[in-house]
Structure formats: structure tokens, C-alpha cells
Design a protein around this ligand. Structure first.
Ligand SMILES: Cc1cc2nc3c(=O)[nH]c(=O)nc-3n(C[C@H](O)[C@H](O)[C@H](O)COP(=O)(O)OP(=O)(O)OC[C@H]3O[C@@H](n4cnc5c(N)ncnc54)[C@H](O)[C@@H]3O)c2cc1C
Length: 414
């Protein structure tokens, strides 16, 4: 049986970033996944490193929006009716966390971690020789009419308090940034503090390659085989058993399959989301991700073409795909940007692992000595992967974490 200092379970952007940060600190580390590195949720996201984030996503307070979602007429959200009884307690907790004072509290709690998001990626990308994936060109959000604008004031005020720059633009101002957009919107906001990547899979693979170069070992195996042997953790891999005094659970939307049998029950749900790729017509280009704020889809220029990612779908993680949102999104997306033909033949489905307060859990697993958690990164796993990796590696090596880990403790749910 092989021995290492630490086992990291799950090679998405979160687990891979943790493994790399541990290896950088001189630990021997085994990174374990049953699939290829970065091929699950971390493959298909919108590629945005949201250094600009102020508020977390909120349960809609507008009755009109709720009614449209209930009637399945909304582009921004879909649901499976049969799933509602199961998800109802989570939705109630999400709604409670969406009260204005709770949103402000969350915004303040998460800012220190988000403020490092772009810089931590930049550092890892540079050392992995993968800086070519990074675009520090910000994020443009467009608003079809003036109505959506006044409700943004609390976000703008708080951003100003945080020292986060933003530019409120009219149509012409936005077109100066993205000349290929059609002027079908009235207002826009440019968030320069966001960045994006042109290939999220390439980024995770680059971090894994850097991890290997530092002596880290990536292995194939089923994380659910994790069990205690004496005071160590042991997992079975295709190359035999491996044990370590410390193990990290970074299994994204699959984390409960390992934690529940260990007696740790956390309110982790999924918000599913889809993507498709399209070519641009003629010479049309995008320099950065663009959010069409009403229907809440994102257009991101990727190496594979323009990636359109949807908003959320409440459905069981493994239920068959129901990409109905695209029917409502596509006419709007074609209005906004000259999209050409499909550049792929399959709609991708992923599942954002989410806690009701939108904060991930990062830190020790309560009552399970030597076990660490990094899960529930929701809409921000790409954003926070490297910052999470650094913070957790600092905690695991008894260094002072660069940011206060208290808001991310699992104990808040127990
Ligand atoms: C449509 C969409 C758009 C998004 N856009 C953005 C964005 O623009 N910016 C952003 O920051 N975030 C975005 N996200 C969220 C982001 O993609 C996720 O938060 C992030 O990928 C989660 O990373 P992870 O490493 O926790 O999970 P994953 O990437 O899912 O990694 C978990 C790993 O665990 C492995 N695993 C699971 N079970 C087992 C087992 N039993 N044994 C072994 N291995 C196992 C899986 O194979 C997988 O590789 C988006 C998500 C979606 C769906």
C-alpha cells in the first residue's frame, strides 16, 4: 500500500487547485478521480473569473418573475415539477438567505476571497505556462430596458464601498467595447475586475500538469471507497490502495455520496445548467463574456466558438437533460449577437453544487479528524478554485490563511 501526506478526492478545478497548492508546499499528494481531470462541472462553465462579485444569486422577490418561472415561461430558470417536494426545504432556506440584509452580510463575508480570485488564477496560470487562456477584459452585462436598472443601486453602492470599479454605460458605450453586438439593449454595466478564460478544461489540465511536474500523482479510483484505517484515511484506486493522514473531499455535486455514509449531512443541492457552442457570423467577435441580464444567459468567446450557458434548472442531478431554456434563449441571443451555425453536436449539462447561502464549505469536516472539505462552489467554482486551493493548503499546513476561513465552516449548517 502506498502512503502520501494527503489524498485529494475530485479533480475538478477545486480539487486540482488544492492538490497543486499542497504540492507547492512540499507535501506528497495523490489526486484521485474516476473520470479525466476537469471533465465534469469544471469543463462546461461560462469561463468567468468573477472578481467583481458583490451579491450572491437571490431567490426572486418579483412576483411577475416568480409567476413566469412557475409557468415555465422564463429563460432564466426551469424546474422538474416532480423534484419540487424534495427541494422545497432547500428553496425555503435559499429564500431566507436572499433577504436584503442577509445578501449584504454575505457580500461582506465573501469579498476577501473574491478579491483574490483573479490574482490567484493569474499566479497559477503563469507558473503552469498557461497564461494564454486568461483574458483580463472584464465582463459586460447588458439590460434590455431601463426597468432592470434602478434595482441595481444597492449593488453599485456596495461595490463602491468595496472599492470595486464599474462603469454604467449607455448602448453606444457598450458598443464601443463590443462592436459586434446589436443595439437591442438600453443599458449596460462593465465590470473591469472580472476576467475570463478561453478554455476552462485547458486551465484545469494545465494546473494538473503543473501538479505532476511538482511530483504530485494523479490516479483513477472511486472516492466512495474512502474509509478509516487506524488514524489514517485510505482509498482504493485502480493502482491499489493509498493512505494518508489527511484527505480532502472536493467532489463537487457528488460530495454527498461520500459524506452521507460518513454521517455528515449538509444541505448541498444542485442548480443544473447547459451550454452549446456556435460560430459567429462573418467577422463578428466578442472580446469578453456578455450577460443578457433579463433572460440570464451568457455568451462567452471560447476556443470552441461562442459558448452560450443557461441559467439554472432545479432537477435531480442525474435526471435526463431537458434543455428547454434554449428554446427561449436562442431568439434573444440571435437578436443580440450575429450567431451562425452550431459548433457542436451535443448540449452539455452540468450541475452547480450549491448551499442555500451560496457560500462554499471550505475547512475541516466536523467530527471527522484529518478530513477536509472544499465543496459547494455553486456559480463560482472556476472563480474560486485557486483561492480555495491556497486557503485550504494554508490551513492544512498550519500556516495563517490569507483570508478568514470562518464564513466557510461546515458547522454553520449543523
Ligand atoms: C452552466 C454553468 C455555468 C457556469 N459558469 C461559471 C463561471 O462562469 N464561473 C465560475 O466561477 N463558475 C461557473 N460555474 C460553476 C463551476 O463550473 C462549478 O462551481 C465548478 O466547476 C465546481 O468545481 P468542482 O471542482 O467543485 O466540481 P467538479 O468539476 O464537478 O469536480 C468534481 C470531480 O469529482 C469527481 N468525482 C465525483 N464522484 C467521484 C467518485 N465517486 N470517485 C472519484 N471521483 C469522483 C468528478 O469526476 C469530478 O471530476 C458554472 C456552472 C455551470 C453548470
Amino acid at each position: 500500500m502506498a502512503r502520501t501526506d494527503a489524498i485529494v478526492l475530485g479533480a475538478g478545478i477545486v480539487g486540482t487547485s488544492i492538490a497543486l497548492h499542497l504540492a507547492k508546499r512540499g507535501l506528497s499528494v495523490a489526486l484521485i478521480d474516476r473520470a479525466g481531470v476537469g471533465e465534469q462541472t469544471s469543463y462546461g462553465n461560462a469561463g468567468i473569473i468573477e472578481g467583481n462579485t458583490v451579491f450572491p444569486p437571490a431567490f426572486p422577490s418579483d412576483l411577475g418573475v416568480l409567476a413566469r418561472i412557475a409557468l415555465k415561461r422564463a429563460s432564466e430558470a426551469n424546474y422538474h415539477l416532480s423534484f419540487l417536494p424534495q427541494i422545497a426545504p432547500w428553496l425555503m432556506a435559499f429564500r431566507a438567505a436572499s433577504r436584503p440584509e442577509r445578501l449584504i452580510e454575505t457580500a461582506r463575508l465573501i469579498r476577501p476571497l473574491f478579491s483574490r480570485a483573479v490574482a490567484e488564477h493569474e499566479a497559477l496560470l503563469a507558473e503552469a505556462g498557461a497564461s494564454h487562456y486568461l483574458r483580463k477584459t472584464g465582463w459586460l452585462k447588458v439590460y434590455r430596458n431601463e426597468r432592470g436598472f434602478p434595482v441595481l443601486k444597492p449593488e453599485f453602492d456596495l461595490a463602491t464601498q468595496f472599492g470595486l470599479p464599474l462603469q454604467a454605460l449607455d448602448t453606444a458605450g457598450a458598443l464601443a467595447l463590443e462592436p459586434s453586438l446589436n443595439p437591442v439593449f438600453a443599458r449596460a454595466v462593465f465590470w473591469p475586475q472580472a476576467a475570463s478564460v478561453s478554455n476552462p478544461l485547458g486551465v484545469t489540465r494545465a494546473y494538473a500538469a503543473r501538479f505532476s511536474a511538482l511530483g504530485g500523482v494523479t490516479m483513477s479510483g472511486d472516492a466512495r471507497s474512502l474509509h478509516r484505517t487506524g488514524n489514517r484515511w485510505r482509498v482504493e484506486t485502480n493502482e491499489g490502495g493509498i493512505d494518508a493522514s489527511e484527505a480532502v473531499v472536493a467532489l463537487g455535486p457528488w460530495a454527498a455520496e461520500l459524506l452521507s455514509p460518513l454521517g455528515l449531512k449538509l444541505p448541498l443541492m444542485v442548480k443544473r445548467g447547459y451550454h452549446r457552442h456556435f460560430r459567429a457570423q462573418g467577422n463578428a467577435t466578442l472580446a469578453r463574456p456578455v450577460l443578457d441580464a433579463g433572460p440570464r444567459y451568457v455568451l462567452t468567446p471560447m476556443e470552441q466558438g461562442v459558448r452560450i450557458t443557461t441559467g439554472v434548472e432545479f432537477a435531480p442531478r442525474d435526471a435526463a437533460p431537458t434543455p428547454a431554456q434554449f428554446e427561449r434563449i436562442m431568439p434573444r441571443a440571435r437578436e443580440l449577437f450575429p450567431l451562425g451555425e452550431r459548433a457542436d453536436d451535443k448540449t452539455w449539462l452540468g450541475a452547480r453544487p450549491c448551499f442555500p447561502d451560496s457560500r462554499p464549505v471550505i475547512g475541516r469536516a466536523p467530527g471527522l479528524g484529518g478530513l477536509w472539505l472544499a465543496l459547494g462552489h455553486a456559480h463560482w467554482g472556476l472563480t474560486l478554485g485557486p483561492a480555495t486551493g491556497r486557503m485550504l493548503a494554508e490551513m492544512m499546513t498550519d500556516a495563517t490563511p490569507f483570508c478568514d476561513p470562518a464564513p466557510y465552516r461546515a458547522e454553520r449548517f449543523l
